[in-house]
Design a protein. Sequence first.
Length: 379
Amino acid sequence: MVIAVIGRGMIGSAAARHLALMGHQVLLIGPDEPSDYSSHTGVFASHYDEARITRALDPYPFWSRVSRDSIARYAALERDSGLRFFTDCGLLMAGGDRNPALLQAEKGAVRDNIHCETLRGLTLERRFPYLHFPRDTLGLFEPRSAGYINPRLMVRAQNVVAQKLGVHVITATVTRLSETAEGVEIDSTAGHLAAAQVLVAAGGFSNAILPDPIPLQTYARTVLLAEIDTAEQTRLRDMPPLIWYEPGKDPYLLPPVRYPDGRTYVKIGGDPEDSLLPDEDARRAWFRSGGDPEVGGFLETLLRERMPDLKVNNLKIAPCLTSFTNSNGPAIKRLSKHIATATGGSGRGAKCSDELGRLGALVATNQPIPPWAQETLNA
């Protein structure tokens, strides 16, 4: 049976690999990253970045489980692809000591036997002297099997292994799907294709090709990149990623990471408001815009609050987007006899994309999803 996966991003590439492991003929269809965002007229993706947080700690059991299952497969994926995309440097989750999400994550660590250290007040600040915290701060530090991944490299690793398993990768943009009694006809910039089953994993652009759009809200996101010099890189060499919980502010921080321009940046994200991108034209325009300078200014203020001693050489912003379903889970479901979808990472999808892709592969082949995922995926 030929199965086409539409979307060569984090979930789609993982799904293609898992489908090949199941013994299916697989077409993996999607465009390359554009060389110039400002002039690009095609679709975009959100994995065009060098660092995304990964961790098992999460307030929600489903997201913790898919993350743990994905992290457990990182080493094999790195070995089989020859690409190292995971930096195991730990993860710090912190906020007010009565913050509900933080307390829920702490309970989840006990429930799921996730090793983490509980740190408070001055103990927390002495452990991470480059970060500043209010005195009532509760910190949960996950020291192992957590840190950050390089999403570009992880997608490349998935594609390398998928091709070794026989997946046919097609660099193209799908423009239309037409379901027939036998399968799905696929129109693309590489010509006409056909498959018995199709799994759409095109992120925020999924509804552009689905015959019947699904409830999916896509929001603009801006990240701020703060360039630092060699001395600051040395000072921050042991810094883990940080997720900070505060009412009205939920920023995250990445430690120093070298980017393709040869410079090293500390990254911060966490938009103050959700800015809806209602259609495909708005999403394309958003990526071409380069991000929102006003949000960049807001993020700089948050960065100075958490890292007041940081010496910054230069600041720049970059665009991203996140897609949410009407529930707290992803849209991994069958839509018709021949079409299924795996999208809606809800801002959490990068770290757990391998398991989300595996679940998508199960749905695409009409196999049952595991009991622990049923409530979330059927919501």
